[in-house]
Design a protein around this ligand. Structure first.
Ligand code: ARG
Length: 468
């Protein structure tokens, strides 16, 4: 006999529509393996503690092993089946008869689902962590090729100061390192055992929570049964981590899109990550990066939904909780997909060094260093030097003067207008300050773009990865 859990208390089954409306089966496939594990550990514990008959326990355990081998497809889902937990119990019942019902002693679907989600999620989080490290590795390799590649950095999307492309890639890598660490930290709060909370108030059976905790590989059990069945903060936290990771990935996608435009021409994305137009034959479009940028939004949308569901439900289990899980999986799958495709897309890029150097030599990205030179050579306060150089730049732009033609005479004329007596800077020093290549080499403060510092940063991150 398959169990229809509604027949005891209720005179009628749900209408088909209501059953479908409340079913979690569509997303419960994520919980299949975890549900078997959870039942297995619980039954083993019931056996060890002599709460249920040893032979019956063995039959249940055997049936669970068989189900694991046969896989999800062997489950039957008809209208009487509300969720994966019922489907699994029905499967065991089909095999061994009504003794299967002993499996549910001292357990509720409330603690079971909470346990299942944690088991399934921790596996997913580990996969994601691994994928992040692979992306970082890819970025480190690429950055090593570009420690000397001059490139102009932007603030407000305006030329700011010269750096190297390697330094920029390392900025990506550092953000991913934190995304990785954040997930690792969250893992500590995922890996806690709610099993034994039962419906919300534990049980009078002498269950052994230490044992199920150990069997399921949890770090410890949750010490309040009400909290055990209702806590979903670990989901909110994970989805925040996914949102932050997505946001970082999205910025990278955006830069690839921008830099591969004709106007920038800094990056050429691999043809195998681009598409063309059905009408404009010349087109090479960064569609993969665009889809990645759009899909990067999903996690934060899901986060908002999850937090909104969570905030208004009273303790303890409410069916609303079931509606949280699909959003978790959707956030996860999309983020994981974006991460994987970004890893391969970024490794397909060719960076246009000549173009980057050309741009770094235009538009006065080295002006800060000319101001610094005045401070260093003439002991003039930086604010005044800043003003002199600001005027130098605007005069040069107005008079169409090339950066190469800025000399001491040009600067002194402007300084004089600002009532500063002739500075008499050395022409070579001026040109050195304005040279993006030298300029970058001199920024050898820790965390700076000088090739030697970027190499150190690459080494540190490589060491970090090897230790993980
Ligand atoms: N499908 C349910 C969920 O995902 C399992 C727990 C059902 N519990 C209950 N009391 N109806 O939350």
């Amino acid at each position: 006999v398959k169990l229809n859990i509604r027949k005891g208390r209720l005179g009628k089954s749900m209408t088909d529509d209501a059953a479908e409306f409340t079913s979690s089966l569509e997303f419960d496939k994520y919980l299949f393996e975890a549900d078997i594990k959870c039942n297995f550990a619980h039954t083993l514990m019931l056996k060890e503690e002599k709460i249920i008959d040893e032979k019956i326990a063995d039959k249940i355990l055997g049936a669970l092993i068989q189900l694991e081998e046969e896989g999800y497809e062997s489950l039957e889902f008809d209208h009487s089946v509300e969720d994966i937990h019922m489907a699994v119990e029905n499967y065991v019942t089909d095999l061994i008869g009504s003794d299967a019902g002993f499996m549910h002693t001292a357990k509720s679907r409330n603690d079971q689902v909470a346990t299942d989600i944690r088991l399934a999620l921790r596996k997913k989080v580990l996969e994601l962590e691994k994928a992040i490290l692979e992306f970082i590795k890819e970025l480190l390799d690429l950055a090593s090729e570009h420690t000397e590649t001059i490139f102009v950095g932007y603030t407000h999307l305006q030329h700011a100061q010269p750096l190297t492309f390697g330094h920029h890639l390392m900025a990506y890598a550092q953000s991913l390192k934190r995304d990785y660490q954040r997930l690792k930290d969250t893992y500590k709060r995922i890996n806690l055992n709610p099993l034994g909370s039962a419906a919300m108030a534990t049980t009078t059976f002498p269950i052994n929570r230490e044992l199920t905790t150990k069997l399921l590989g949890f770090d410890e059990y949750l010490e309040n049964s009400m909290d055990g069945v209702s806590a979903r903060d670990f989901i909110g936290e994970t989805v925040f981590d996914l949102s932050m990771l997505s946001s970082n990935l999205s910025k990278m996608a955006e830069e690839m899109i921008l830099w591969s435009s004709y106007e920038f021409r800094l990056v050429e994305i691999g043809d195998d990550f681009s598409s063309t137009s059905s009408i404009m034959p010349q087109k090479k479009n960064p569609d993969v990066a665009e889809i990645a940028r759009a899909k990067s939004t999903i996690a934060s949308g899901e986060l908002f939904t999850i937090l909104s569901i969570l905030k208004a439900i009273p303790f303890t289990y409410n069916r609303d909780l079931q509606e949280i899980t699909p959003h978790l999986w959707n956030a996860y799958e999309n983020t994981y997909d974006v991460l994987k495709i970004m890893t391969s897309m970024i490794s397909s890029i060719k960076f246009n060094k000549e173009r980057a150097l050309y741009l770094a030599n235009r538009n006065f990205a080295t002006a800060t260093d000319l101001a610094d030179l005045i401070v260093k050579e003439k002991s003039i306060p930086f604010r005044i030097a800043h003003k002199i150089v600001g005027r130098v730049v605007s005069e040069a732009i107005g008079g169409d003067v090339d950066i190469k033609d800025i000399d001491t005479e040009f600067i002194d004329k402007i300084a004089e207008e600002l009532d500063i007596d002739n500075l008499g800077l050395d022409d070579d020093l001026i040109q050195n300050a304005l040279d993006p290549v030298l300029n970058v080499k001199l920024r050898k403060v820790p965390g700076g773009p000088a090739p030697e510092m970027v190499k150190i940063a690459i080494k540190h991150l490589n060491d970090f990865i090897s230790d993980e």
